[in-house]
Ligand binder design. Structure first.
Ligand code: GLU
Length: 276
């Protein structure tokens, strides 16, 4: 293989074989929603006679809760969810993300952005973009620095230069999907202003480097999928199969998270499992 990103690296591994993964972020202990995702992903892999890998998505160090990564591993083991091979830590893989970023830059598909969050919100509101958000609370970047930063600006983040790609894929749970990242979020961030590689880039690089064939995860990430497919296409990586699971909600209809789980009042029954 010429590099870990080389799709040719997969040849020896037999792409037809199922390889799934669970990729928690160690921002807190495993909550019931994540446990559901982990169990579904594990069972899907085992039912297919495949492997199930574990990846700790610990890039966002400021949001990490000390001890959470180990607590997650203990919880998975306690629930009989045994992973194959070594746990893979994203915090140790920056060189690989830099390599992908360099590849995108060489293709003319990434650029420096000097905008602060406030400037993105303001520019968007003043009619340069598609409105202040896309209806899902996500900011749509209006492309301010696409043709170069204004004089006096310094580079903060690095963004992907989209070219109006419209992505179609069939989710195993939600069926045929059509998404346009340009309309959903605009040119999105690959490398953040705080020096951290963005989730969207790291997840694509790692899924390929780990030879993942199948992603089973929560429906809150359904809308990220086209962004990841675009990146995969630009980096010449194999297309994955996706299954997004309806989110587990509490009696108040709230998505289960570290916060909702902390409340002792959280009660569940089957009628609270809804499609998001
Ligand atoms: N690390 C992400 C999370 O905990 C999941 C990423 C993925 O499955 O693609 O929400």
């Amino acid at each position: 293989c010429s590099s870990d990103l080389d799709p040719g690296c997969d040849r020896g591994r037999n792409r037809a074989r199922y390889r799934g993964r669970f990729a928690p972020s160690p921002t807190g202990a495993l909550h019931l929603g994540s446990l559901l995702t982990a169990t579904a992903s594990y069972l899907d892999a085992r039912a297919a006679g495949g492997e199930w890998l574990l990846r700790m998505e610990d890039l966002d160090r400021p949001r990490e809760m000390p001890g959470a990564a180990d607590a997650i591993l203990r919880s998975l083991t306690a629930h009989g969810l045994h992973w194959d091979g070594e746990v893979h830590y994203q915090s140790r893989r920056s060189a690989l993300y830099d390599q992908a970023l360099a590849q995108l830059t060489a293709q003319g598909r990434s650029y420096d952005c000097g905008c602060s969050r406030r400037e993105v919100a303001e520019a968007s509101q003043h009619g340069h973009g598609h409105g202040d958000d896309n209806g899902d609370g996500e900011q749509v970047y209006p492309g301010t620095c696409r043709d170069g930063m204004a004089p006096g600006k310094t580079a903060r983040a690095r963004r992907l230069r989209l070219q109006g790609e419209v992505i179609r894929f069939t989710d195993r749970v939600f069926g045929l999907q059509q998404q346009s990242p340009a309309q959903q979020v605009g040119d999105f961030v690959l490398h953040r202003a705080d020096g951290i590689h963005a989730y969207q880039l790291a997840v694509v690089v790692d899924d390929a480097a780990q030879g993942i064939s199948d992603v089973v995860r929560g429906a809150d990430l359904l809308r990220s999928t086209a962004r990841q497919i675009v990146l995969g296409q630009l980096l010449g990586l194999p297309l994955l199969r996706y299954a997004h699971l309806p989110l587990l909600r509490n009696a108040a209809g709230e998505k289960l998270s570290k916060q909702t789980l902390d409340r002792k009042s959280t009660r569940l029954n089957s009628s609270h499992v809804k499609r998001s």
